[in-house]
Ligand binder design. Structure first.
Ligand SMILES: [Zn+2]
Length: 179
């Protein structure tokens, strides 16, 4: 039960359908780190391959810890610029249904650099404001962590059939990939 993350009995997925993964990633410091992530067993192998490909293209990741390290708070995980997947929670649009994260079938990648942008153009996170303008200004890790439409990182997810929140029509969820 140590790596159950935010799982509890009322979640829409059974604990036996979740997999805890340790994932090598390239940090903003240019060094190799081992991250932790929980995903649905159906996508576990694929997620490991996707992150291996992200590593290979030099895509930097700020942090990769379980949302349970942040008390299950999506907001706090985002404030820490933390990449995560499984979180037993509802959708962030306020409607009463489970998020794909509650099934371990969605990944939020570098959420500060890739904010959820409301239809009126605002973000709930101050640190994300410089990233509302979706244009790469320099070669810093934060700039390279920004996901833009023709980026290799986005293409990797697409190749495995993951939908990107940067393609959403009204609001944008640039951090979000879902299967
Ligand atoms: Zn998401």
């Amino acid at each position: 039960m140590i790596h159950a993350g935010t799982w509890r009995p009322e979640c829409p997925v059974s604990l036996s359908d979740l997999r805890y993964l340790r994932i090598p990633y390239l940090g903003f410091d240019g060094k190799r780190h081992i991250g932790e992530i929980i995903v649905h067993r159906r996508v576990a192998k694929e997620v490991a391959v996707i992150f291996a490909e992200l590593y290979r293209i030099g895509y930097p990741i700020h942090s990769m810890r379980l949302v349970s390290d942040f008390g299950g708070s999506d907001f706090r995980s985002i404030e820490a610029d933390n990449t995560s997947a499984f979180n037993c929670r509802g959708v962030s649009t306020g409607r009463k249904r489970w998020s794909k994260h509650a099934y371990g079938l969605a990944i939020d990648l570098n959420p500060v650099e890739n904010p959820f942008v409301f239809a009126d153009g605002h973000t709930a996170h101050r640190a994300s404001r410089p990233f509302l303008k979706r244009r790469r200004r320099d070669n810093t890790p934060a700039s390279r962590a920004m996901l833009l439409h023709h980026d290799a990182a986005v293409k990797i997810f697409r190749r495995y059939g993951w939908q990107w929140g940067g393609d959403f029509r009204s609001y944008k969820d640039y951090q979000h990939f879902a299967k």
